[in-house]
Write a protein that binds this ligand. Structure first.
Ligand code: NAP
Length: 265
């Protein structure tokens, strides 16, 4: 019954599939997070973006204004639970609820090779790529639970192909594999509340995170990808849109590999 009500709601707004949905996206100011914000916004969602540097938000603001997308920006670090609690309170005051949470913020830039990594670096990488997902989700959970009970909510965690293939960035690989375990545990725990939880594992994507790759590194990677190219961030955003929509209403606890066929687990 609840699924029928939801699909009826969406067909009534078929050109705006996320009409009346509130989406929290961490790292929504650059790369994959920014494209998810644009894609969800163009589909009718109100966006709540969290990142550390407001300047980055300011430079992408014109897009949201031009398309009349409501974007509420909160400056904050996803490794700072106190700040996240303040943000959640503010979201509760303004919106009362959240329908979609995308745990996207992460970083592969900290040194995390086993031969040189310090304890501090290990903790830093795990904190930004794994612990942050717990901090953000636990702060947003009361808001996700605040939706009408017949509506489903969706949590989307951005992992990485690194979780499948193993890379020399040992801490990053461990954190991104941990994201898959976190996703399954959360999916099992929240299914009774009509909250679905899934992970996306991007392969190589053209963003700031990969902008340091040399031409030969890029060619080497593209040679391994059956679909022949490194992904655009928008291609990851389309997968996130699918997981946010009732189209995926029977999918939870899954890991969606979006990598051009680079690996086929
Ligand atoms: N690009 C790839 O090839 C690739 C492949 C697999 C997985 N991924 C994963 O996809 C996600 C997005 O990657 P991306 O390539 O789009 O990265 P990106 O271009 O570096 O963007 C990262 C975003 O996260 C924010 N951010 C970083 N650290 C943060 C923190 N501590 N607190 C709050 N916000 C923070 C950044 O904003 P501020 O710096 O202003 O805070 C930015 O908006 C990451 O989880 C990454 O591991 C990427």
């Amino acid at each position: 019954m609840k699924k029928q009500i939801e699909s009826a709601e969406n067909s009534a707004h078929s050109n705006k599939l996320l009409q009346r949905k509130i989406a929290v996206i961490t790292g929504a100011t650059r790369g994959i997070g920014l494209e998810i914000a644009k894609t969800f916004g163009l589909n009718g969602a109100d966006i709540i973006g969290i990142s550390r540097n407001q300047n980055r938000y300011d430079s992408s603001r014109a897009f949201f204004d031009e398309h009349e997308i409501i974007f509420s920006y909160f400056q904050g670090d996803v490794t700072d639970p106190d700040r996240l609690r303040e943000i959640a309170l503010e979201i509760k005051r303004i919106y009362q609820r959240v329908n979609i949470l995308v745990n996207n913020a992460g970083s592969a830039s900290i040194r995390s090779g086993i031969k040189t990594m310090t304890v501090g670096e290990w903790k830093q990488v795990i904190d930004i790529n794994l612990n942050s997902m717990f901090y953000v989700t636990s702060c947003m959970l009361p808001l996700l639970l605040n939706k009408p009970t017949y509506e489903s909510a969706s949590v989307i965690n951005i992992s990485s192909i690194a979780a499948r293939i193993g890379t020399r960035k040992v801490a990053y690989t461990a954190a991104k594999a941990g994201v898959l375990g976190f996703t399954k545990g959360l999916a099992g725990s929240l299914a009774e509340d009509n909250i679905r939880v899934n992970a996306i594992l991007p392969g190589a994507v053209s963003t700031d995170l990969t902008s340091g790759w040399s031409k030969s590194q890029r060619m080497d990677i593209e040679g391994k990808i059956p679909l022949g190219s490194i992904a655009e961030a928008a291609e990851i955003a389309d997968a996130a849109l699918f997981l946010a929509l009732p189209l995926s209403r029977y999918i939870t606890g899954q890991s969606l590999d979006v990598n051009g066929g680079w690996i086929m687990p």
